[in-house]
Design a protein around this ligand. Structure first.
Ligand SMILES: NC(=O)c1ccc[n+]([C@@H]2O[C@H](COP(=O)([O-])OP(=O)(O)OC[C@H]3O[C@@H](n4cnc5c(N)ncnc54)[C@H](O)[C@@H]3O)[C@@H](O)[C@H]2O)c1
Ligand SMILES: N[C@H](CO)Cc1c[nH]c[nH+]1
Ligand SMILES: [Zn+2]
Length: 436
C-alpha cells in the first residue's frame, strides 16, 4: 500500500505557505513558459523546417521522434484500414459511442452562436477546414475524437483532418480509426508532435493546409500550436490534466479519492482537494492510498499524486472558494451536498464545473455534452473549453442607407481629418455632394 501523507497540508502547518507556493509553481503557465524555452526553441525549429521542406521534414522528424520510417505517400491512413477498423468495433462499444456523440452533438448545437440570427449586424461562417490533434503516445484517447470532431461538425466545418501519433509498426489505435469513420472523417494522418501540427498549419505536398488546429496533446503539440498561431487559428492550451475538488465536511471521501485518481492516471495529471475539514482531508488521503494500488496504472498514478497533487486544508468556506478562483482549474468539482449549486455560482475561473456528488469528471470526459478539451495550467482564467463556437468565424456587417451616411457624415469627416486622412473624409463627402 502507498503512503501519501506528504500530499496533505494544512493552514496550521509551518510549511503550509511553501507547499502551496510549490503547488502553484507546478501548475502555473507563467512558470511553465519561462522555464521551457529550450523545448519552445526546438519546437520552433521543427515548425520552420516543416514550413521550408514539407513532407521530407515531416518524415525525418517522425523517424527521429517516433521511430517510424514513412514515405510521404504512407502518412495518410488508407480508407480501407479505416473501414475495416469500423467493421471491427464491438456492437456494445459502438452503441456507447453513438450515445456519447448524440449528447455532444445536442449540447454543441444548442450553444452554437452561428445559429442565432443576427440579421444585418454580423455574419457567421463555419471554418472550411479544421485539423484535430488526437493524443496517442501515453495512451490512445478515442473519446478525444468525439470531443473535438463533434463540435466542429456541429458548427458546419466541411473538411476535418485528424493527426495522431503512430504507435508500433506505424499504426493508429483501431478504435480511433473506427470512430473517425463513424463520424464521416476519412482524412487521418499517422503523425504526431510539432511536425504534425506544422504540417497542418503550412500544408505540405500531401497534407492540405487547414484554417484552425484544435485539440489536446503533450508539450510539443501545445507549443507548436502556439508557434503557428497567425498562420492558422488555434484553441486553448490543452496540456496535462488536472482536477480541483472543493469539498465540505459531509462529502464522500472515497468518491473524492476516486476522482483524484482518475485525473492522476492521465500521467501527467493532477488531483487536488481543498476543504476546511481536517477529518475529511485525512480520510481522503487514506482512501487514495487504499484505492491507488488497485489500479492498472498504479505506479504512474502514484508518481503523479506525489509530484503534482495535494489535499489542502484551509481555514473556512471562503478560503475554499478563494483557493478555487485563484487556482483556475481545468476541471472543478463542487462537493458541497445540496449547497453545491450555490457554491458553484461563486466560481469565476474553471474550464468545466462539475456540480454535486453525482457529477464525476468521467461523466464530462466521455458523455455529458461539453467537450473534454479544456484549458490547462491555470489558463481557464482567460481561455474557454473547446466548443462549436471555436469553429466559426464572424464578419461584421455595415449596411448604411444614404440617410444613415448623411447623419454620420460630419462625425466621420471630423474623425478622419484629425488623423490627417483626407481620402477617408473625401470618400464620404463625394457621396453627399460635399467634395470640393
Ligand atoms: N486538456 C485536455 O483537454 C486533454 C485531453 C486529453 C489529453 N490531454 C493531455 O494530452 C497529453 C497527451 O500526451 P501524449 O504523451 O499522448 O502525447 P501526444 O500524443 O500528444 O504527442 C506525442 C508526440 O510528441 C512527439 N514527441 C515526443 N517526445 C518528443 C521529443 N523529445 N522531442 C520532440 N517531439 C517529441 C512525438 O512526435 C510523438 O508522436 C497528456 O498530457 C494528456 O493529459 C489533455
Ligand atoms: N480528462 C482528460 C482531459 O480533459 C480527457 C480524457 C480523455 N479520456 C479520458 N479523459
Ligand atoms: Zn480524463
Amino acid at each position: 500500500m502507498y503512503n501519501f501523507s506528504s500530499i496533505l497540508t494544512s493552514w496550521k502547518d509551518s510549511d503550509f505557505d511553501d507547499k502551496l507556493a510549490r503547488l502553484r509553481r507546478e501548475h502555473s503557465m507563467t512558470e511553465y513558459l519561462l522555464h521551457n524555452q529550450d523545448i519552445a526553441g526546438r519546437v520552433r525549429d521543427v515548425v520552420m523546417d516543416v514550413g521550408r521542406r514539407g513532407d521530407k521534414a515531416v518524415c525525418e522528424y517522425t523517424e527521429r521522434f517516433d521511430n517510424i520510417r514513412f514515405e510521404p505517400s504512407e502518412l495518410r491512413v488508407s480508407e480501407e484500414a479505416m473501414h475495416v477498423s469500423h467493421e471491427h468495433l464491438p456492437e456494445s462499444l459502438l452503441h456507447s459511442m453513438r450515445r456519447s456523440i448524440e449528447n455532444v452533438r445536442d449540447y454543441q448545437s444548442r450553444i452554437f452562436v452561428g445559429s442565432c440570427s443576427q440579421e444585418g449586424t454580423v455574419k457567421y461562417t463555419p471554418l472550411k477546414r479544421a485539423g484535430l490533434c488526437i493524443p496517442g503516445a501515453s495512451a490512445p484517447l478515442p473519446s478525444t475524437v468525439i470531443m473535438t470532431a463533434v463540435p466542429a461538425i456541429a458548427a458546419g466545418v466541411e473538411q476535418i483532418a485528424v493527426i495522431s501519433p503512430p504507435r508500433f509498426e506505424g499504426s493508429i489505435h483501431p478504435v480511433i480509426l473506427g470512430l473517425c469513420w463513424e463520424l464521416g472523417i476519412s482524412e487521418v494522418y499517422r503523425i504526431g508532435g510539432a511536425q504534425a501540427v506544422a504540417a497542418l498549419a503550412w500544408g505540405t505536398e500531401t497534407i492540405p493546409k487547414v484554417d484552425k488546429i484544435a485539440g489536446p496533446g503533450n508539450d510539443y503539440v501545445q507549443l507548436a500550436k502556439k508557434e503557428v498561431f497567425g498562420l492558422v487559428d488555434m484553441d486553448s492550451f490543452a496540456g496535462p490534466s488536472d482536477v480541483l475538488i472543493m469539498a465540505d465536511e459531509n462529502a464522500n471521501p472515497s468518491w473524492i479519492a476516486a476522482d483524484m485518481l482518475s485525473q492522476a492516471e492521465h500521467n501527467p495529471g493532477a488531483g487536488i482537494v481543498v476543504t476546511y475539514s481536517e477529518s475529511l482531508a485525512r480520510e481522503v488521503v487514506s482512501e487514495v492510498e487504499a484505492q491507488c494500488s488497485r489500479l492498472s496504472r498504479s505506479s504512474e498514478t502514484a508518481e503523479c499524486l506525489e509530484k503534482y497533487s495535494a489535499v489542502v486544508v484551509v481555514e473556512d468556506e471562503k478560503a475554499v472558494i478563494d483557493f478555487a478562483n485563484n487556482f483556475a482549474a481545468e476541471h472543478l468539482e463542487v462537493q458541497f451536498g445540496r449547497r453545491s449549486r450555490e457554491i458553484a455560482e461563486k466560481i469565476q475561473n474553471a474550464g468545466a464545473i462539475f456540480v454535486g456528488p453525482y457529477s464525476p469528471v468521467a461523466a464530462g470526459d466521455y458523455f455529458a455534452g461539453p467537450s473534454h478539451t479544456l484549458p490547462t495550467r491555470q489558463s481557464s482564467k482567460y481561455f474557454s473549453p473547446l466548443s462549436s463556437n471555436d469553429f466559426v468565424k464572424s464578419s461584421s456587417i455595415i449596411d448604411f442607407s444614404e440617410k444613415m451616411l448623411s447623419e454620420g457624415a460630419d462625425d466621420i469627416i471630423r474623425l478622419a481629418e484629425i488623423e490627417g486622412l483626407d481620402a477617408h473624409a473625401k470618400s464620404v463627402k463625394i457621396r453627399l455632394g460635399k467634395a470640393d
